[in-house]
Write a protein that binds this ligand. Structure first.
Ligand code: FES
Length: 126
């Protein structure tokens, strides 16, 4: 014997309802893509070169120059060996996320190293 679903009408004498008790669920609406918001807990490295300012997500064991270029930043550079000085930047935030200045930076930048200047091709992100 085939079971019939109970409906409100099935409780009334001499009535039969064809509506199922649990109609099929309505389709789930399509989700809109969630916009990518900056993660406030993840610090960025902020620096400037000439009159341009840059913001870079830290990428461990990469040079600041490599990370910046991979993230589409238009940082000037030439030799990538710490000798030309073209990649000199001034760090305004995130100095602690970088390696200590190496001998090439100290030699090229002299006392500017102590004022937040770095060679982006030599500064390693920790
Ligand atoms: S690109 Fe020449 S010192 Fe960095």
């Amino acid at each position: 014997m085939k079971k019939r679903p109970f409906t409100v009408g099935s409780l009334k004498p001499n009535t039969v309802s064809s509506a199922p008790l649990n109609p099929s669920p309505s389709p789930i609406p399509k989700a809109h893509p969630i916009p990518k918001l900056p993660n406030p807990s993840k610090p960025k490295i902020l620096f400037s070169q000439s009159k341009s300012s840059f913001s870079v997500d830290p990428q461990r064991n990469r040079t600041l120059l490599d990370a910046a270029l991979e993230q589409g930043q238009n940082v000037e550079y030439k030799c990538t060996k710490g000798s030309c000085g073209r990649c000199t930047v001034r760090i305004s935030n995130g100095q602690a996320l970088l390696s200590r200045p190496n001998e090439k930076e100290k030699e090229k930048l002299k006392q500017a190293v102590g004022e937040g200047y770095r060679l982006a091709c030599q500064a390693i992100i920790l």
